[in-house]
Design a protein around this ligand. Sequence first.
Ligand code: 5GP
Length: 185
Amino acid sequence: MIVIVSGPGGVGKSTVVAELLRRNPGMRRSISVTTRSPRSGERDGIDYYFVTDEQFTDWIDKERFAEYADVRGHRYGTLKCSLESIPQSDIVVFTIDVHGGQAVKRLFPEALAIFLKPPDTVELERRLAGRGADTAEEIAGRLKLGQYEMTFAKDYDYMVTNRDLSTTVDIIDNIIRNVQRRQER
Ligand code: 5GP
């Protein structure tokens, strides 16, 4: 079963998915490819496959991506092989941006698409600033992008507001279980 978790940058997708997987050792996350540099603590092959621009272009030419998108000057992509032949009983979580989410949903309409929404813009700004990874200019750009990204929410199967981590993960956990039960019938 493919589970897509999308939403505006900074909404907390990675944290939510990390907690979801911590609680459910049977679930796994798909590893995307990116041209951005690793942040501190991130490891190649675990958080992302970190590649050069040339490598990314080569993989586009070789049609290895199911989808790829530009997010703030860096490229991110989902490899076809990470989507193929996932047994229905396996739960694989894809933490991707709205374009990627839409593309994967188009290719795999049976995928469960969850949109993570910030409680409000002020909260999103606080989270982006708190992360300390971006400059003020980058944060402003991210917020503008976030407003655009919010327009994709309607294409998702479920919309979950990320108020607090534990509740958000409870809700997502429940959605996955219910959908899985329904599909097994
Ligand atoms: P970050 O650099 O903060 O890890 O991620 C930036 C954005 O890229 C996030 O919205 C993240 O979900 C998105 N992203 C990560 N992997 C993929 C992918 O494989 N495809 C697409 N389209 N977006 C991705």
